[in-house]
Design a protein around this ligand. Structure first.
Ligand code: GEK
Length: 261
């Protein structure tokens, strides 16, 4: 596969020739009605800035996913990035994986995301060894996988359908394969949940979001993004067949796990 030994880690996808990221101001003015959040053209245009200023530890997680993928990638296998957005995790894997004949498969159901992802990854030919697929991750075939990344994507799948998706991922993994799962999490204890939410909002404020932006974005996400507790993730992963779950990162209410087949 193509390797990029001397390139820096892809902490921020390049958004233009000058590497300037358009600033997310989608919720900066009062909105008459808050509609459910969608990964449309508007969001895609500011997505790199939005995710970096909203998800604590995002650049560390992206860098680490490449490192973990490089450890668990197997020769002659596929490495999936489910809900790839602009392809930051795919790029990180592409830069780090050294195994021969690893095909990267990046999937997203937002046409605008896939289009912009193609530009970022500069996928033009078969030689690039990345398949970019516009599809619901619940419908896409997963096979011969050594690594499956779901970086903040499972939280957008309806809760009742999450177990079936995880079971399908488990079946598509080769022996020794891993699922690298990152999610926003919630907490059973109301006080703990409130504290972690407050700290996350402090993080967003420190990154320049106003109280209005925080509250309007929160309302827009309420119906479409449903976090689970870590205990729920662990139980569901176990039920899907994963033999072991290793948390490796948490910053406020955002966590990353490795689940082993
Ligand atoms: C990153 N992983 O930068 N099928 C396919 N894609 C979906 C589906 C679905 N059913 N539901 C949501 N998506 C990325 C960040 S963002 C997380 C992931 C966030 C896609 C959706 O279009 C979006 O691109 C992505 O999942 C979620 O590492 O914005 O909080």
């Amino acid at each position: 596969m193509r390797t990029h030994f001397n390139q820096p880690f892809p902490t921020l996808p390049a958004m233009s020739d000058k590497n300037v990221q358009p600033r997310d101001q989608l919720y900066a003015s009062p909105l008459d009605a808050i509609v459910n959040f969608q990964f449309d053209e508007q969001v895609v245009g500011v997505f790199a800035d939005m995710i970096n200023r909203s998800v604590p530890g995002y650049s560390t997680v992206i860098k680490s996913l490449g490192i973990l993928a490089a450890r668990y990638a197997q020769p002659d296998s596929r490495c999936y990035d489910l809900g790839c957005s602009l392809g930051a995790a795919t790029l990180s894997m592409r830069q780090q994986i050294r195994q021969p004949n690893c095909r990267l498969v990046a999937v997203d159901n937002s046409a605008a995301m896939i289009e912009r992802c193609r530009e970022h990854l500069q996928v033009a030919t078969e030689e690039d060894q990345v398949d970019l697929i516009l599809a619901n991750i619940q419908d896409v075939a997963i096979k011969d996988a050594s690594v499956v990344v779901m970086n903040f994507t499972l939280q957008f799948i309806p809760p009742a359908q999450r177990a079936a998706l995880l079971a399908r991922i488990w079946r598509g993994l080769k022996p020794g394969g891993v699922l690298l799962l990152s999610e926003k999490i919630c907490f059973d204890d109301a006080g703990e949940d409130q504290a972690l939410t407050d700290w996350h909002h402090d993080f967003k404020r420190a990154n320049g979001y106003s109280d209005l932006e925080i509250s309007q974005k929160r309302s827009a996400l309420e119906q479409v993004m449903r976090p689970d507790t870590l205990a729920t993730h662990r139980r569901r992963l176990g039920d899907a067949g994963f033999s072991r779950v290793q948390p490796w990162f948490q910053c406020f209410n955002f966590a990353s796990l490795v689940a082993f087949k």
